[in-house]
Design a protein around this ligand. Structure first.
Ligand SMILES: Nc1ncnc2c1ncn2[C@@H]1O[C@H](COP(=O)(O)OP(=O)(O)OP(=O)(O)O)[C@@H](O)[C@H]1O
Ligand SMILES: [Mg+2]
Length: 313
């Protein structure tokens, strides 16, 4: 195992009866990184993460986390990680402080250490003034923050979070990203799953896009977006087929695909230069244009490009 890689996964598969939820995936996570699995509902994200955190048995493949072999040393793996589940898993009738104390005791932390770690973490997630509140009386965003604090109690090397911002309003999601960045800045490697394009884009050092149990693309957010080309021109016309034939051989066009709305044209030179040529060409051929839009590739476009479909949700 390379020291740089805190997670190494090769040939991981997991099936539920006949359903292959995770299909032969391999990837590495570098120490100190924020790594994301980005994929639609049912892609296999939770299944993969649940195998890594020892909640599901390892059926096939090899996994090393923080230098420990998952199949021979699951306990060492568990001791190296913190977990925040997709569903809220707080005991409704415990206070904020009791929640963290209970977790510390579960992991045999010393009394003093539990006390000081609680202070530190509640400060980090800004819940210091909620110490004696029952968790059932916290807002959704506060519950998430408490779960993040709980995941960090034991000072894990890697924090796993399954859909950390699901169900939160946009503002609270943004705030949660800030907390995760702070946690990461303290040296904790972060592995998260998400079906939010913006979340993966903004937070991650590295993204693997997963669909139907397979990794279909990987890279830094920048690399993934750049891999599509320079610009994207979205074009709606009276006749998609004719328009496509009319412009397909233009210089600087990398690819043309059809979407529900019309044509998606990827360019490999400045789209603002190509666009006037396209418009005058279509005018010449008397193909009516109903809308046109020029933009830089986004993570949505990356997903669309590699899967051929919009993120279903
Ligand atoms: N316990 C289970 N028994 C049978 N099938 C399951 C089980 N858990 C998940 N699946 C199936 O495995 C596939 C992958 O599910 P998984 O929960 O890993 O996806 P996901 O990417 O986490 O989706 P979401 O974004 O909805 O959380 C899906 O087809 C799902 O229906
Ligand atoms: Mg899931």
């Amino acid at each position: 195992m390379n020291n740089e890689n805190i997670i190494e996964v090769s040939g991981l598969s997991h099936s539920y009866d006949d359903l292959r939820a995770v299909d032969n995936i391999s990837f590495r996570v570098k120490k100190g990184e924020i790594f994301s699995f980005l994929g639609p509902n049912g892609a296999g994200k939770s299944t993969a993460i649940n195998v890594l955190i020892t909640l599901l048995p390892l059926q096939k493949g090899e996994v090393f986390i923080a230098g420990h072999n998952l199949s021979s040393s699951p306990k060492y793996v568990r001791d190296s990680i913190g977990i925040v589940f997709q569903e809220i898993t707080l005991d409704r009738d415990m206070t904020v402080r009791e929640t963290l104390e209970f977790h510390g005791n579960l992991y045999s932390m010393g009394r003093d250490e539990i006390g000081s770690r609680i202070e530190e973490l509640l400060g980090l997630v800004e819940l210091s003034d909620k110490k004696d509140i029952l968790t059932k009386n916290l807002s959704g965003g506060m519950k998430r923050r408490l779960e993040i604090a709980r995941g960090l109690m034991t000072r894990p090397k890697v924090l796993f979070l399954d859909e950390p911002t699901i169900g939160l309003d946009p503002q609270t999601r943004r705030k949660t990203w800030d907390y995760l960045r702070m946690v990461n800045d303290e040296g904790t490697t972060i592995f998260l799953t998400t079906h939010y394009m913006d979340e993966a884009d903004i937070l991650s050092d590295w993204i693997s896009i997963i669909d139907h149990g397979r990794i279909i693309a990987s890279g830094t957010p920048e690399d993934l977006k750049n891999s599509l080309g320079e610009d994207i021109i979205c074009l709606e016309t009276a006749d998609t087929e004719l328009a496509k034939t009319a412009i397909i051989n233009y210089d600087g066009i990398k690819s043309i695909t059809e979407s529900g709305e019309g044509l998606v044209i990827m360019t490999d030179r400045d789209g603002a230069q190509i666009l006037p040529e396209i418009i005058s060409g279509l005018n010449r051929d008397e193909i009516t244009i109903s809308s046109v839009n020029l933009k830089k590739p986004s993570m949505d476009d990356v997903f669309m490009h590699y899967t051929g479909k919009e993120l279903r949700d």
